[in-house]
Design a binder for this molecule. Sequence first.
Ligand SMILES: Cc1ncc(COP(=O)(O)O)c(C=O)c1O
Length: 468
Amino acid sequence: MTSLELTTDDFRRLAHRVSTLAEQWLTELDARAIAPALKGSDTEALFAEGLPEEGLKDAALDALGTVIAGTRAGNARFLGYVLGSGEPVGALGDYLASVLNQNVTAWRSSPTMVSMERAVVRGLAAAVGCPGFTGSLTGGGSSANLMGLTMAREAKAPANEEGSPSGVVYASTEVHMSIPKALALLGLGRRNLRLIPTDSDWRMRPEALEHAITGDVAAGRRPLAVVATAGTVNTGAVDPLKDVAAIARRHGLWMHVDGAFGALAAMAVPERFEGLALADSLSMDAHKWLYQPVDCGVLLYREAAAARRAFSFSGDYVRTLSTDSVEGFAFFDESLELSRRARALKPWLSVRYHGLRAFREAIRKDLENASHLAELVRAEPKLELLAPVPLSAVCFRYVAGLAEPERDAFNTRLMARLNARGRVYLSNATLSGRFALRACFVNHRTTAEDVRTVVAEVLATAKELQGT
Ligand SMILES: Cc1ncc(COP(=O)(O)O)c(C=O)c1O
């Protein structure tokens, strides 16, 4: 027995302490300051003593209280970025996933977890109106996008062709940064990302897409893929998926949909995502709009063969021995990753506990909260709504008493002060060069009262800043 051994009694005692902290966190979540007033030097100081040579035993857990006290509270009024609210049953699934320590590489190494993940992926695909799609869970939307574009590249311009990889990828000017990053990683280079202008609702303009493709073909370049966004990070705009898919088909392009933010809302409002199932690959984030604890991304695709073309390099040491379609299945043949945690445990447990209907209701509630905030902003002369609200991101700014050139700087200061007040947390977006306050509702805890608090806090903060 090494000194790493833990008795059952030790485990029970430690687990009880951790559980108590978790329970306390959830109970007090609403009362906590959303953004504790800590500087970088304060958080560094918490860990300044480094890692101990000799174990501290139970005292090792003592510091958790201080660490948690300084941790940002993702409560009902945390509306920054696209941060899901961390559904607690999902968290329990995640805890168990670590204890079970399954390595979900292939059915042979973790039979139940492989079948569970396949079932979760199939179930979520069906729930968003893409029945028959398969795929895998990923670390998030960025890796799902990278994998989707790797599949596109392999399908349309295989890497083993002579010469360096080439091909042009199209996406709207509102594309998420994970797409240029994926192109850079794939060796296609950011210069091969063609940014297509959007309409007044921030949706890709199909005729501009077609024009860009034909221009590239005429210039001897090779169009490869189009990335449509289902929920842009700034405003939640959903590109015209049907039109984009028709153009992609006509020109023989792969269509990847970046639905990291929005696509799971197709569970609740499918009419806003017409054409989603025309994608060749689709990313979505269960750690955003399925409220699962980070991390839980999803990549879906229509043809498993395309994923295998991109990712299957199995050497003999990992090759499974069975010809059975389940027993011979290996995620490493369809994914970037080999060692993979049992990510499916959280959505599986969480959805089994609450049922899909509860998630649809929570998503509808988020959409209602966003519409409600937009209405309040429209009704308040001191505020200006800066973009339509097709999903759950609301972009607006404070304008009263401010000339146009002063508005960016004032709203920048307003956001910092508002967040420091600790009652509401907003992030920002830049729309046509203008600074926007941005509230994003992917939080099952947020109520109509919280939405009213957002407006009240923005007005109170502005008053503080204007000193009136
Ligand atoms: C549209 C879009 N795509 C991709 C991503 C990246 O997702 P992740 O943070 O899970 O890597 C985000 C994150 O906000 C997003 O909004």
